[in-house]
Design a protein around this ligand. Structure first.
Ligand code: HEM
Length: 340
């Protein structure tokens, strides 16, 4: 049988077009979607958590795509500029500093965080071309925006989720209130009292397990780096989905999706088979600089509310956690409140 030349030509054209489309799809995958490797392995997370090298650093898209929000502040920078920022900011958020804020405002002998950032902008001229007034101003503005973004929304949202959970679990609300009244009596909470709030700490830890405001811990390989058996080439991004990790039944037990602060009765080590899988404040050298400050704020807010009010969920509350840079209750949290 002789080949039909028209049919052959049609077949050739469609093979060429088909091949071209496949090639385009491959290129799209490679250049736009970028290849992804997904690995579900707590041991891998443990290795990343315990890594003290600065090579898993912050991805460049943080300062590019989110430039207007983050600029080149501590949340998005790497290398010596990050180290300089961390050195200025982190010590200002240590628990001891938080404790002396009251004395400090009265005596004004110690510098505050803004003054430290201001001085930090002046003292790093040599490193990063911060030699002009505008680049120094940018250093100050970027870091103020970073501290505001890192510190405000995260803590406010955690307080909100925590009130929602206590409203939905009256038995835990009663336990937490009893503790507050026992430890504080009629006085406002001080640092020692806050340290003794075991139940409240467990409630906040469990809130941060179920609703960690930061949905991902993100890193970029700044050089080739190997975790367990996988070599991650320079430039690749690493994302750890925190809420998924923190609710895995094989790590946390069959009630992993339930609110059960009791699991933290013996600390994080007692709560999870792989304690490194608990990371609401991130991991490694970039771990949240304000975590102790945040815990203090959360305990103070909860103590003041619990000591004065009882609350339950309003029938209008719609449960809908949504990802808006941080994990928020999409429709807010509406509570019914009465004096305790
Ligand atoms: C519940 C409240 C908070 C949560 C859940 C939280 C969580 C986080 C997370 C997940 C990171 C990224 C860590 C990583 O990449 O490994 C981070 C970084 C950071 N947080 Fe927080 N944060 C909270 C409150 C605060 C507060 C109150 C402050 C300061 C006032 C603060 C300051 C920072 C700073 C400066 C960084 C950047 C650290 C660095 O890259 O060196 N955070 N936080």
């Amino acid at each position: 049988m002789e080949a039909n030349p028209i049919l052959m030509a049609k077949i050739t054209v469609s093979v060429v077009i088909g091949g071209f489309i496949v090639l385009l799809m491959l290129l799209y995958n490679l250049l736009v979607l970028k290849p992804k490797l997904q690995r579900q392995d707590p041991e891998m997370v443990k290795k990343i958590s315990l890594c003290t090298s600065l090579s898993p650093g912050k991805p460049s898209y943080l300062s590019k795509d989110r430039g207007p929000l983050l600029g080149q502040g501590i949340l998005s920078s790497n290398g010596p500029i990050w180290a300089h920022q961390r050195k200025i900011i982190a010590p200002e958020l240590y628990t001891d500093k938080v404790k002396v804020v009251k004395q400090r405002t009265e005596a004004s002998y110690e510098k505050d965080l803004l003054q430290m950032v201001h001085e930090g902008a002046k003292s790093c001229n040599d490193y990063y071309g911060l030699s002009t007034d505008s680049s120094r101003d940018k250093f100050i503005v970027d870091n103020c925006k970073n501290i505001y973004f890192a510190g405000h929304e995260t803590t406010a949202i955690t307080a909100t989720w925590s009130l929602m959970l206590l409203a939905a679990h009256p038995e835990w609300q009663a336990r937490a209130r009893a503790e507050v009244l026992e430890v504080c009596g009629d006085s406002p909470p001080d640092a020692n009292m806050l340290r003794n709030m075991k139940t409240l700490t467990m409630v906040i830890q469990e809130t941060l397990r179920l609703y960690p405001p930061a949905a991902f811990v993100i890193r970029a390989a700044l050089e080739d780096i190997t975790f367990k058996d996988i070599m991650i080439s320079k430039g690749m991004n690493i994302q750890i989905p925190v809420p998924i990790l923190q609710q895995q039944c094989d790590l946390w037990g069959p009630d992993a999706h339930k609110f059960n602060p009791e699991r933290f009765a013996h600390g994080i080590v007692g709560a999870c088979k792989t304690p490194q899988a608990y990371m609401p404040f991130g991991v490694g050298p970039h771990v949240c600089a304000g975590q102790h400050f945040a815990m203090t704020e959360l305990k103070v807010i909860s103590t003041l509310i619990l000591s004065k009010f009882c609350f339950s969920l309003s029938p209008g509350y719609q449960h809908s956690p949504a990802f808006r840079l941080v994990i928020v209750p999409e429709h807010g949290v509406t509570l019914r409140v009465r004096t305790a």
